[in-house]
Ligand binder design. Structure first.
Ligand SMILES: [Zn+2]
Length: 255
């Protein structure tokens, strides 16, 4: 049976998401920003929490773990490079490892840059990717612990996923991201269409997530650092893509 997902806001602008296997009745929370909204989501869906899949160690992705684990005795899966900074980890995973949620089969992609050990979880049969704070819709995470070159490689790894992969990210930042992206590619028609769609969704208090990889590839400037027009737009024609990426990221930091 295909996976089911349930998306909801936590804290100020974090997303919580539940991944459910209707066949075996298992449910994973992707990250645990805050226990109460996750409990509310479990109640609303009637699903039982069996797993927490952690993308990285930041508090706004992990501070709900202790309370949830105490109540549900769920398994906590975390990136091997950050397990020491994450509470109550049962299993550590690294690049290529398989992660099962009931009969749903995911695999781990190491996507460092935002943090040094950040991972993403991809469920190919269900065409789902949970990318934490590596990739946002029309944006990407700040490069805090890694280098721009490392972050660019992580984004390339995600960009190689099939176009119809649904992308779940850690934050609702899309409207601000779109505003910034238009300064890089003002003539990008796909970006223009996404801007209108996002404005409508935000006005209706609806999430702009999930996006798809195909949509991101066409409009997200951080995935387009190797497109000639994008390099030209930031005055770096002919430069390596990671340098173009670094310049776009630097501009976004200052915006
Ligand atoms: Zn983070």
């Amino acid at each position: 049976m295909p996976a089911q997902t349930h998306l909801f806001l936590c804290l100020k602008d974090n997303y919580g998401v539940l991944l459910h296997d209707p066949g075996q009745g298992t449910t994973a929370a992707i990250d645990a920003p805050e226990a109460a909204p996750i409990e509310a989501a479990l109640k609303a869906t009637g699903w039982r929490l069996t797993d927490i899949l952690v993308t990285h160690h930041h508090a706004d992705h992990t501070q709900g773990i202790a309370e949830l684990k105490q109540k549900h005795r769920c398994r906590v899966v975390a990136p091997h490079g950050e397990a020491a900074k994450i509470p109550l980890v049962d299993e550590t995973v690294r690049e290529g490892d398989k992660v099962r949620v009931g009969s749903l089969e995911g695999r781990v992609l190491e996507t460092p840059g935002h943090t040094a050990g950040h991972i993403s979880y991809v469920f190919p049969a269900d065409k789902l990717a949970f990318v934490g704070d590596t990739l946002f819709s029309i944006g990407c995470g700040r490069v805090i612990e890694g280098t721009p070159e490392m972050m660019w490689q992580s984004l390339l790894k995600l960009r190689a996923l099939p176009d119809d992969t649904r992308i779940y990210c850690g934050h609702e930042y899309t409207q601000a991201n779109v505003r910034f992206a238009k300064t890089i590619e003002p003539a990008n028609a796909v970006l223009g269409a996404r801007a209108q769609e996002v404005d409508k969704l935000v006005a209706a208090h609806k999430p702009t997530i999930p996006s798809t990889m195909g949509a991101e590839k066409a409009a997200n400037p951080f995935l387009r650092a190797d497109v000639a027009e994008v390099a030209k737009s930031v005055g770096l024609s002919g430069q390596p893509a990671w340098k173009v990426f670094a310049e776009i990221r630097e501009r976004k930091n200052r915006s």
